[in-house]
Ligand binder design. Structure first.
Ligand code: NAD
Length: 437
């Protein structure tokens, strides 16, 4: 099939590359000419494991290309995906749909008569209706169908997630569009990935419900962690104890500094707004967002508590600033309010991240950027692990204890055993575990 993918970001680029790997003919279009130029030079604009190889292979075999010429790419496509960003709208937290509607307007006049337009961006209920209205306004006689096909991939494991999804959700009442989508996903259907066909509004709501539910699990275990600290229990064992119950499941029960990233905060907020607009408030999610917002600064206070509440003039090493490992994405990363809070308390902050440094430099002011974990830790009064990159799991604790000014480790991801760290002479502070300060 001939596919046009509008938006070559984390989702569009991975989806486009995977579809081409399935054997489809794919053009990824992006309005950012620099991004298209670097892709055409074989350079990836984002860090995603395995992506460069996947792209190179499919470009080499002539199935994948990149362009900023929307007209010619769309006019030859049977299926047009919209995978542009839907960030939080400044000021009110609704999803900003301006990029989606702009893309719909741009394609409206050039769509082939039988094209299937698919919204892959995460969009609030009813957005598909508006995309359809925009396209029909421009092109009243076209037999186009508008489908919702939300994406569930996770950055850092995006290719695997796309090729082995827990499920694919396809929202349309149009029988022709349904069979076109079945063809698009045929290789996954053959792999027995569950495909859920439903109506468009249900598909749109499903994505927000999924992300908000996962965010709720994280906020829940974080509150249990705080309680565990107070009562002398171990949150990791509580998480295991509840997670082994199949009705609960073990995933998303890791206590930490609070959720962040390009999706959960904005999607939970957008669901809250949809609920309020429709007089069906999702109060659980409202609470989740409020609790999570307060958590990042609370984590900075946790660092300060290791010094009796005062870190003025102290030098703090922060390891990991991207919102999760294996990505360079800094959008809404917990490290941002955390570092601001440390600075507000008068600390000097040093930062190291294995791949996020370039993005981090655009975000942080007045921090010292270091080129390794050890150079970051040198002379510091505390080491704070914010993102659990693999390389931070086996730091040489002996070495750290000799180069740091003060032996304090605040492990906000619980990746170390408190006993092991303490054995090396450190004051150790995890999340929701005994021996925390
Ligand atoms: P992104 O910001 O990385 O990429 C969006 C791209 O779209 C950018 O490169 C931008 O230049 C381009 N663009 C914007 N308007 C355009 C236009 N009119 N024509 C051509 N290109 C245009 O965003 P992302 O992280 O890939 O997210 C895209 C959507 O997918 C969002 O709705 C997001 O919520 C959803 N989503 C994201 C993830 C994730 O992990 N990032 C996972 C699932 C769903």
């Amino acid at each position: 099939m001939h596919i046009a993918m509008i938006g070559a970001g984390y989702v569009g680029l991975v989806s486009g590359a995977c579809f081409s790997d399935f054997g489809h003919q794919v053009v990824c279009i992006d309005s950012n000419a620099e991004k298209v130029a670097s892709l055409n030079n074989g350079e990836m604009p984002i860090h995603e494991p395995g992506l460069a190889e996947l792209v190179a292979r499919n470009v080499g075999q002539g199935r994948l290309s990149f362009s900023s010429d929307l007209k010619s790419a769309v006019s030859g496509a049977e299926v047009v995906f919209i995978a542009v960003g839907t960030p939080s709208r400044r000021g009110d937290g609704h999803a900003d749909l301006s990029y989606v509607y702009a893309a719909a307007r741009e394609i409206a006049g050039v769509l082939p008569d039988q094209a299937v337009v698919v919204t892959k961006s995460t969009v609030p209920v009813g957005t598909g209706d508006e995309v359809e209205r925009i396209i029909r306004e421009e092109n009243p006689d076209a037999k186009v169908a508008i489908v919702s096909n939300p994406e569930f991939l996770r950055e850092g494991a995006a290719i695997r997630d796309f090729k082995h999804p827990d499920r694919i959700v396809i929202g349309t009442d149009d029988a022709r569009a349904r069979s076109v989508m079945a063809e698009v996903y045929r290789p996954l259907h053959l792999n027995a990935s569950p495909i859920l066909y439903t109506d468009r509004r249900t598909a749109e709501l499903t994505k927000y419900a999924a992300n908000s539910f996962l965010a709720t699990k994280i906020a829940f275990i974080n509150e249990i962690a705080d309680l565990a600290e107070k009562v002398g229990a171990n949150v990791q064992e509580v998480a295991r104890g509840i997670g082994l119950d199949n009705r609960i499941g073990q995933k998303f029960l890791h206590a930490g500094p609070g959720f962040g990233g390009s999706c959960f905060p904005k999607d939970a907020m957008a669901l809250i707004k949809t609920g309020q607009d429709n007089e069906a408030p999702v109060r659980i999610v409202e609470t989740v967002v409020a609790v999570n917002d307060q958590r990042k600064r609370a984590m900075a206070r946790k660092v300060a508590n290791a010094f009796g509440g005062n870190i003025r003039g102290k030098s703090i090493a922060v390891l990991g600033v991207t919102f999760k490992p294996d990505t360079d994405d800094m959008r809404d990363a917990p490290s941002i309010p955390l570092i601001t809070a440390l600075q507000d308390m008068g600390a000097e902050v040093r930062v190291f991240d294995p791949v996020g440094m370039e993005q981090a430099k655009k975000v942080f002011e007045n921090v010292t950027f270091c080129d390794s974990a050890y150079r970051c830790a040198k002379g510091c009064h505390a080491l704070v692990i914010v993102t659990e990159w693999e390389q931070f799991r086996a730091l040489d604790l002996k070495e750290l204890s000799t180069i740091m000014a003060c032996p304090v480790i605040v492990d906000l991801r619980n990746i170390y055993s408190p006993e092991e760290v303490a054995r090396n002479g450190f004051l150790y502070c995890g999340v929701g575990r005994p021996k925390s300060v």
